[in-house]
Design a protein around this ligand. Structure first.
Ligand code: GDG
Length: 455
């Protein structure tokens, strides 16, 4: 096998332990490429007035990083537009937030063509190409049009929506047809894969086999590859000085109170408003526990250029104010709401200091925060994971307290159960969860995808 070429929308050069504040996808890719002397290609994150196609190449920690800049129109139509105002909400079951604008679709195709045009010249005959995520669904189609015959795999990091939702998208057939230019397509869960195959059968007159599907005169292999974290790296981060530092500061600031923790990108798919409502319900139902708990919500800002994200931020500011206004006393604040990001090692210490984590997305491809929380716990005194049934992670992490994130009563009840849970039960649940996080780590994920793509 030649090199592995990974392609994703944004490229974050590999960094040393703890330095990165990158999201789940970036952490996962970094690990896969380091192991294979590969190349990572994508957008630099910079925008310029006029697209030039000029490539920047650098070598960072044994990975070749190749990036191009996009122009302002690309940013608006492809990134803020089709990727994040059309596909992201639609694939997270939010047709109420989905914008269907013709220029977005044109920008999406244009950028995929531009990426393909630049990338084609970097591909050697025996390279295998692994394309990531919803920004780049038509990339294989564009590479094939330019004569690239290499193995090309695609991994979708977000859910695949049900047929009823996907068919609201103009030109949905074109999007699905583009999937068939890949050799292998991976999903996090059986649910997302089945949603795809149902579309193939009922909308595309296709056929589904044990390991793939055919339609539009082509066939593609399909598989379930649940992503994990770099459990060892995260364990090291949790034992670092920086982690110990935040852990000690956090414990000191608890003043004997219990901490419920949320860590998310500020995104409407993460169920933050519903979570706040559930916590408010807990405070209403458990008057005797007020003053003895607080919620720390770390919500790193993301996609601030997209309207729906600005609206969400305003609503969360209001919800925080409402709850704190109603319940605070002169020496206690029920919600600590933080919009800054922390280093990964600092974050690990905060996870470890928490008595419970609320990971309650309304819809999530996988959710790595759930796994990081488990990896960071003290084996002798672990915190309890409260996990949405609509996160892909719920299909693996059965020993968590599984909740319906739309129900404020269920969230409130789960908080009560988590904070009252006897230590032996906490340990038993945690051990089972930790074994899964260690076994199904990011290396198992990338190894199994690459092996299937190469086979
Ligand atoms: C997509 C899919 C899928 C958050 N705050 C801070 C911080 N984070 C890091 C977390 C975690 C990552 O961001 C979030 O990962 P998730 O998996 O929860 O979510 P998405 O970013 O939406 O990722 C998701 C994933 O792709 C991988 O396939 O699981 O379903 O939506 O790693 O730790 N990191 C730092 N400081 C923060 O304040 N350093």
């Amino acid at each position: 096998m030649g090199r592995l070429i990974a392609v994703s929308n944004r490229v974050s050069p590999p960094r040393e332990l703890g330095e990165s504040s990158a999201g789940g996808l970036a952490m996962a890719l970094q690990a896969a490429l380091k192991a294979s002397d590969g190349m990572w290609f994508g957008w630099s994150g910079a925008t310029i007035p006029e697209f030039t196609g000029k490539l920047s190449i650098e070598r960072v920690h044994d990975v070749t990083i190749a990036t191009v800049d996009l122009d302002h129109q690309d940013y608006e139509e492809y990134y803020a537009g089709y990727a994040n105002a059309t596909i992201w909400p639609l694939f997270h079951y939010r047709i109420d937030l989905t914008e269907y604008d013709r220029s977005f679709g044109e920008g999406y195709d244009r950028v995929n063509e531009r990426f393909a045009e630049t990338l084609t010249h970097l591909i050697a005959a025996d390279d295998i190409i692994w394309v990531h995520d919803y920004h780049l669904i038509p990339l294989a189609r564009e590479l094939r049009r330019r004569g690239v015959a290499n193995r090309i795999g695609f991994f979708l990091h977000i859910p695949w929506p049900s047929r009823q939702l996907l068919t609201t998208l103009p030109h949905h057939r074109e999007l699905v047809r583009a999937i068939f230019d890949y050799d292998l397509v991976g999903f996090h869960t059986e649910d997302w894969l089945q949603a795809f195959t149902r579309y193939v059968i009922s909308e595309a007159d296709g056929a589904v086999t044990a390991d793939g599907a055919s339609a539009f005169g082509k066939s593609v292999r399909l598989g379930v590859f649940p992503i994990g974290i770099d459990a060892r790296e995260f364990g090291d981060a949790a034992r670092s000085d920086a982690a110990r530092g935040t852990f000690e500061r956090m414990r000191a600031s608890l003043a004997g109170r219990k901490m419920i923790l949320g860590v998310d990108r500020l995104d409407y798919s993460k169920g933050l408003e519903e979570r706040f409502n559930g916590y408010e319900q807990y405070l209403l139902d458990n008057e005797e526990h007020r003053q003895k708990v607080f919620l720390l919500q770390i919500a790193m800002l993301s996609r601030e250029g997209v309207d729906a994200y600005r609206d969400l931020r305003t609503r969360l500011d209001a919800a925080t104010g409402r709850i704190n206004g109603a319940f605070s006393t002169f020496d206690w604040v029920p919600v600590r709401y933080v919009n800054t990001g922390y280093r990964r090692d600092e974050l690990a210490g905060i996870y470890r200091a928490a008595n419970a984590a609320l990971v309650t997305p309304l819809r999530d491809g996988m959710n790595l925060v759930a796994k990081e929380f488990v990896a960071a716990q003290d084996p002798e005194d672990p915190g309890v994971l409260i996990l949405s049934r609509f996160a892909g992670a719920a299909s693996q992490m059965r020993e968590a307290l599984i909740v319906n994130p739309f129900s404020r009563e269920e969230i409130a009840e789960a908080i009560r159960l988590a904070l009252d849970m006897p230590r032996p039960e906490r340990i038993a649940r945690w051990r089972a969860l930790k074994a899964g996080v260690d076994k199904d780590d990011v290396y198992a994920w990338s190894d199994s995808f690459i092996a299937a793509l190469s086979a």
